[in-house]
Design a protein around this ligand. Structure first.
Ligand SMILES: Cc1cc2nc3c(=O)[nH]c(=O)nc-3n(C[C@H](O)[C@H](O)[C@H](O)COP(=O)(O)OP(=O)(O)OC[C@H]3O[C@@H](n4cnc5c(N)ncnc54)[C@H](O)[C@@H]3O)c2cc1C
Length: 374
């Protein structure tokens, strides 16, 4: 009998748990630990901010879903992992002390390093949790004129909601007859574009220009005050509404284990096994792969880790390998949503498609996720 612990109840952890529940015999024990019993469907948070869906549409009860799949669920905060003694220390929650494991899947996501940007916490909106998305939504309702700045800080790895927010805001202001009163600026940190590849940049820049949205792609924000954001070169931008993706780092739980890069992302091989420790896998936003961090990557990595962990328990070689690619839809409210597919490892040109269909496909994907998991 093997004890498998899965840390983190996001896309990566949930899919890994579901897959293991299907692949492992009843004699093995599977436990999922996460700090909250609520699974958050992050891709819907832009729509939540713009009042297109409700809080109840973006959050699902994990305990209920996991019990159906014979996975034990524990609501608790993970503090440490001892990879040699094979135990996880719980800081607080439904259990206390430490939990032993034979195999572990690390899926604790990313940490928001807001402390790296002076004034971020006090003056910037963001979309990285449900409450913040609702708070940003209230600010949008009260915003009627001036300048809106929307963007990514250095180290943020999430361009999709930045563009979706800029487009949705332009559309909302058009509908209210206030578009002429507002200047919208998208900012990026290093002039390297959206992180989605040259083909996607071409389509995005065209869409921004068509809707009179300004792009400042080389504006690394370091300091924010009540109405102004500045770089360390002394460039300033004033704003009346600010929404930024903060810098990301890997989970601090992994940082002392000697298994991460400088930004605390966990090093894994293509079987999703952690490099440097046996019987430990990692999946999702917490792993050290290039490019943006996305839910579909976490899902695929969860599937790969589960298949290989099941094989390892049976003393077989790894059976599944992860290949790093992007597949995403950026919603545009004018019915011209942008679909991008790109292999990140080979640097082959990406495929870009546009049209109303892609927006519909994104909604259908959300519905499928909800129906098949909760
Ligand atoms: C606004 C927004 C829009 C997005 N849009 C898209 C999109 O359109 N398409 C796309 O593919 N991706 C999108 N993403 C990205 C996607 O949501 C993430 O890549 C995905 O959530 C990563 O899944 P994960 O399981 O690795 O991490 P997470 O979903 O972050 O899950 C990590 C889990 O671990 C838990 N946890 C963390 N630390 C601890 C601890 N110490 N103890 C216990 N539990 C802990 C957390 O509570 C959480 O449940 C978007 C993200 C946001 C924020």
């Amino acid at each position: 009998m093997a004890k498998v612990l899965i840390l983190g109840g996001g896309f990566g952890g949930v899919v890994a748990a579901e897959r293991l529940a299907k692949q492992l015999g009843e004699e093995h024990q599977i436990t999922l630990i996460s700090r909250s019993r609520h699974f958050i469907f992050y891709p819907a948070l832009v729509r939540l901010a713009f009042g297109k869906c409700e809080r109840a549409d973006v959050s699902f009860d994990l305990r209920h879903a996991m019990l159906d799949r014979r996975v034990n669920f524990i609501e608790a905060e993970v503090a440490r992992i001892d990879p040699v003694a094979r135990k996880v220390t719980i800081a607080h929650g439904e259990v206390e002390g430490s939990l032993p494991f034979d195999f572990l899947i690390f899926a604790l996501g990313r940490r928001l390093a807001t402390e790296r940007i002076t004034g971020f916490f006090e003056h910037a909106h963001h979309l990285l949790n449900v409450d913040k998305a609702i708070q940003f939504g209230k600010a949008i309702s009260n915003f009627h004129e001036g300048r809106a700045v929307i963007g990514q800080c250095q180290g943020a790895r999430l361009p999709i909601p930045v563009y979706e927010t800029a487009f949705a805001l332009a559309r909302r202001l058009e509908k209210r007859g206030e578009r002429q009163r507002v200047r919208i600026t998208v900012v990026g940190p290093d002039g390297s574009g959206s992180q989605l590849g040259a083909e996607a940049d071409h389509a995005l820049n065209k869409a921004l220009a068509a809707h009179d949205i300004e792009l400042l792609s080389d504006f690394p924000i370091e300091t924010i005050t009540r109405n102004s954001a500045s770089t360390n070169q002394g460039d300033n931008i004033n704003f009346d509404l600010l929404m930024l993706m903060p810098p990301f780092r890997g989970s601090s739980v992994a940082s002392y284990m000697g298994i991460t890069d400088a930004a605390e992302y966990v090093n894994v091989d293509s079987s999703m096994a952690v490099i440097g420790h046996e019987r430990i896998y990692a999946v999702g936003d917490c792993v050290n792969f290039d490019g943006p961090k996305m839910g579909h990557m976490a899902v695929r990595q969860g599937e790969v880790a589960a298949a290989n962990l099941a094989a390892e328990i049976d003393e077989r070689e790894p059976v599944s390998h992860y290949s790093h690619e992007m597949k995403l839809v950026i919603d545009q409210p004018w019915g011209d949503s942008i679909y991008v597919h790109k292999d990140i490892e080979t640097e082959e040109p990406g495929t870009v498609r546009q049209g109303r269909f892609w927006s519909w496909a994104k909604r259908a994907q959300e519905k499928y996720w909800e129906l098949s998991h909760f």
